[in-house]
Ligand binder design. Sequence first.
Ligand code: PRX
Length: 643
Amino acid sequence: MSKVYDILPDAAARALINNDQYLEMYARSVNDPEGFWAEQAEKFVTWFKKWDKVQDNDYFEGRIRWFEGAKVNVSYNCLDRHLETRGDQTAIIWEGDSPDEAKHITYRQLHEEVSRLANALKNLGVKRGDRVCIYLPMIPEAAASMLACTRIGAIHSVVFGGFSPDALRDRIQDSDCQVVITSDESMRGGRRVPLKANVDKALESCPNVRTSIVVKRTGGNVAWKEGRDVWYHEQLAAASPDCPAEEMDAEDPLFTLYTSGSTGKPKGVLHSTGGYLLFTAMTHKYIFDYHDGDVYWCTADVGWVTGHSYIVYGPLANGATTLMFEGVPTYPDAGRFWQVVDKHQVNIFYTAPTAIRSLMGQGEELVKKTSRSSLRLLGSVGEPINPEAWEWYYNVVGEGRCPIVDTWWQTETGGILITPLPGATKLKPGSATRPFFGVVPALVSNEGEVLEGATEGNLVITRAWPSQMRTIYGDHQRFIDTYLKTYPGTYFTGDGARRDEDGYYWITGRVDDVINVSGHRMGTAEVESALVLHESVAEAAVVGYPHDIKGQGIYAYVTLMVGVEPSEALRKELVQLVRKEIGPIASPDVIQWAPGLPKTRSGKIMRRILRKIAANEIDALGDTSTLADPTVVQDLIENRAVK
Ligand code: PRX
């Protein structure tokens, strides 16, 4: 039996939703979805025109549509409608990489910046439906750029600043972006990262990009291409601050965001306008129990979906004060998170298990040096949180005063689907607990049979919700094949889960070839493709293995060309190659030289065996009788990295 934490009385007293309300609203959301969602849509979103139809969804045909016929604008909802009541309230608190740098930006100021930038984009020829790539550090201009795109109906594609020029190039090309917004450099942990130089490199192979808008962040030296490169501040100064928000259709595309799958290149997950806006606003309010005046901080990067939905769109739609942190948790020291909490009196704090585990490893002293008395609620996202880290977060960081919401979701889901509500849900460390309104999860066997009661299986969602991805940019068939074909009639998450006797869900991790390294999602196939680019590599197989801090580490088995001898220098070259192709986050933790890989007689690599060897679970290799050459396994076991 797992430990159960009762609802904290203080959390219950102020909560927007108690357990009876949760049960009643959940039942209504499932039994009368039309009525339920229409009501929520009225409550959370300001529409220029109401919808003709609440939903039109068919998982068999791959059609997902919400609020068709409605007219709406995201930037209007995040900015304009707040001006009258909270124009002078802080929208964004920016905390720089250095503790000496911070600023507050009000809704009025943000509205002006976004309007000017939107006009600047128009002046540069950006039209409704055009794609704009955003490759920026965690600075307010990133949020402004996203909002400016939504203001004129351009589709943004934010690329995480840690991706290499090659990875950036692939993403720019895939969605045919014609404008890139970047900065001279970014600052992380006291070090400068050459963002513009990365863009310059990527653009060598992106002839369709005609403009690169550059934010001056550090003032560092940059190369300049006349006719293509323009300064952000100069564009803003020259543009009018008056830019009416475009009336978009609810189903117009809002943004693409690239994420990894088990095969092929990263795919451009496409989200649309009305449903996404509603669901991110609603989840942000109810799950984080956001009340007016609260200071809310999500530590994710805007380059990931968590940054889109829970730094920018959900919070700003709700008129919240959202904190944006440029730096890293360990700079200048590993107490930074807690110092920032005190400095800005943060009430709600949302981070990833990998950060908690690494800070936990630094001991309690740095935490205890701070007060953290402003904290009221803690959140976790990105990977399963192990009970030990959960307890530390709860007892040491939150001193037993703050509920933890362990929120399960994905780039594809747009918003949180399985989560506790702080005033409604008893907590079990390590469980994401129960579904959010309108979300109907199910567990199915590998054969597709729906499993009832307390059991374990593949996690699917049986009906559409408003912020579900609509398609993969440019490849609707791949969308259908990846998510809707595996268990027909359902959305397949790629995750496994257990459901306990109380109906609580425990996510057990990916069941496909996707790995989760420090909360960064990666396809093993992507890393393999990078490795085999090296002329000395004949074959590579990559798996995840348990890693104390990162959750999963990257373990690569590499077979060299005949005649090539393994060496430390070659190992370094291979790591360098992966960093160049994808970025530092994809660096293999382990490279094991493999004279052969375990394959079936039909030539398929048996990854199950490679995963077990990497995890040092030698006794659990399972059936190896179908291997073409069983001696291969013996060699891999003897030379494994973790013993
Ligand atoms: O395996 C699940 C894990 O992260 C995957 C989604 O990754 P990404 O699209 O990058 O989005 C991450 C942030 C929403 C999921 O398939 N995951 C995310 N949150 C949790 C989680 N696993 C367990 N518990 C969570 N709370």
